[in-house]
Design a protein around this ligand. Structure first.
Ligand SMILES: *Cc1c(COP(=O)(O)O)cnc(C)c1O
Ligand SMILES: [Zn+2]
Length: 397
């Protein structure tokens, strides 16, 4: 019912491949006219595997009950920014604390189908945490390559505790990905970065869940690193439109950090290919990527949806992280860039007042406690004495 097609030359590839002989990215394509949809868009029982009829697996899924994340409406922010509806979908509440779990549940299931015994990824952190968890669940061996010293501590902790072989390299994410791609090829290990088209199939369920709960928004805003997620989410909306479950697709708006913005640059210059950034830098380590592998898919998604790309500074990211926290939503810096981008776009008059906007909060606050302490400072120390605490409390209140 599906095939693996090159997005550049249209050639069909077999399931073991991550790219075409022409070097093009691959995409799962369903024969939607012959598909039997067995779910109802009733806003109930949201989870990745509710949409199994649109997921390319043949076997029983390896699942940790991913998806079904809350979609919060931020009324206070709507008033402040004078926008009709603002929602935040908190992907940080997935099992490992990021949206990567949606992709991993499908990717690991596929690894088993293909009779692989080991999986690997390069990671800015969350892919490794998620892969380690799902590999543990399924009994697969897991190898992780990280840019040493540039991964938030919570993510490293997860990869280690769930039993992955964690290897730090003296290089950035782009170096790690280049190396792991070759190692996987030579050692017959299954690669679970977002060049793997099956992972993106899992991640497209973000779009399905949004539609299931509130219908089609006017725009979806999300942080862009390796650019897989924005491509995946757009694919989800496009498939629902082809199935006539919705009658339009939202604008896809990608947000990059100023120090790691190759897609923003390509978008501004009207290019369909990016020029890699050699030394990407940002406090939002999850999107500290200079050579995004899915750039071609992402630029198409942005173009086809009449969306756009914006950049935000580290300062804007942290300020949005605090704003979300004040609304009861705890996220890591990269996740806050979607809201930082929204605020900037509204200021620049690029969002209509009457819009319904969904921002994707990609990862959990607990992922990066060190940045939090740097930004908020250490807790105050007061002597263990009732009077001292009383005088402290009464001074504050
Ligand atoms: C992976 C990740 C991103 C970037 O997603 P891409 O698909 O690489 O663009 C953004 N935020 C968080 C928290 C992530 O873990
Ligand atoms: Zn091709």
């Amino acid at each position: 019912m599906y095939s693996l097609v090159c997005i550049e030359c249209g050639k069909e590839n077999d399931e073991m491949k991550y790219k075409c002989i022409c070097d093009g990215l691959l995409e799962v394509r369903f024969d939607l006219s012959r598909l039997e949809i067995d779910f109802k868009l009733d806003g109930r029982d949201l989870k990745v595997w509710k949409y199994r009829s649109l997921l390319p697996v043949k076997s029983e899924p390896v699942t940790l009950k991913e998806g079904g994340t809350p979609l919060y409406r931020l009324e206070r922010l709507e008033k402040e920014l004078e926008i009709r509806r603002i929602y935040v979908k908190h992907e940080g509440l997935n099992p490992s604390g990021s949206f990567k779990d949606r992709g991993m549940t499908v990717g690991i299931t596929k690894a088993l189908e293909l009779k692989k015994t080991a999986v690997a990824c390069a990671s800015t952190g969350n892919t490794s945490a998620s892969m380690a968890m799902y590999a543990a669940k399924s009994g697969l061996k897991a190898f992780v390559l990280l840019p040493a010293g540039k991964v938030a501590i919570g993510k490293v902790a997860q990869a280690l505790m769930h039993g992955a072989e964690v290897i730090g390299i003296k290089g950035n994410f782009d170096d790690a990905l280049r190396i792991v791609r070759e190692v996987c090829e030579r050692a017959g290990i299954y690669l679970l970065n977002s060049v793997n088209p099956f992972r993106l199939e899992g991640q497209k369920t973000i779009a399905y869940e949004i539609v299931d709960e509130i219908g089609t928004p006017d725009a979806v805003i999300l942080p862009v690193g390796n650019a897989g997620n924005i491509s995946a989410v757009f694919k989800g909306f496009k498939e629902f439109k082809k199935l006539q479950l919705i009658d339009r697709v939202p604008k896809m708006i990608g947000i990059q950090a100023k120090g790691a913005a190759p897609i923003y640059r390509a978008f501004k210059e009207g290019e369909s290919k990016i020029t890699p950034v050699t030394n990407p830098e940002t406090i939002a380590t999850a999107i500290r990527i200079g050579n995004p592998v899915n750039a071609r898919k992402a630029l198409r998604a942005i173009h086809d949806s009449k969306g756009l790309v914006e950049v935000v500074s580290d300062h804007e990211i942290i300020s949005a992280q605090r704003k979300l926290a004040k609304n009861g939503i705890g996220v890591e810096p990269a996740s806050a860039s979607s809201v930082a981008g929204l605020i900037k776009l509204i200021r620049n008059g690029e969002i209509e007042r009457d819009s319904t906007i969904v921002c994707i909060a990609t990862g959990n606050l607990l992922k990066d406690p060190e940045t939090v302490i740097r930004v908020c400072g250490e807790p105050k120390m007061v002597e263990a004495d009732v009077e001292k605490i009383m005088s402290f409390v009464t001074q504050i209140s």
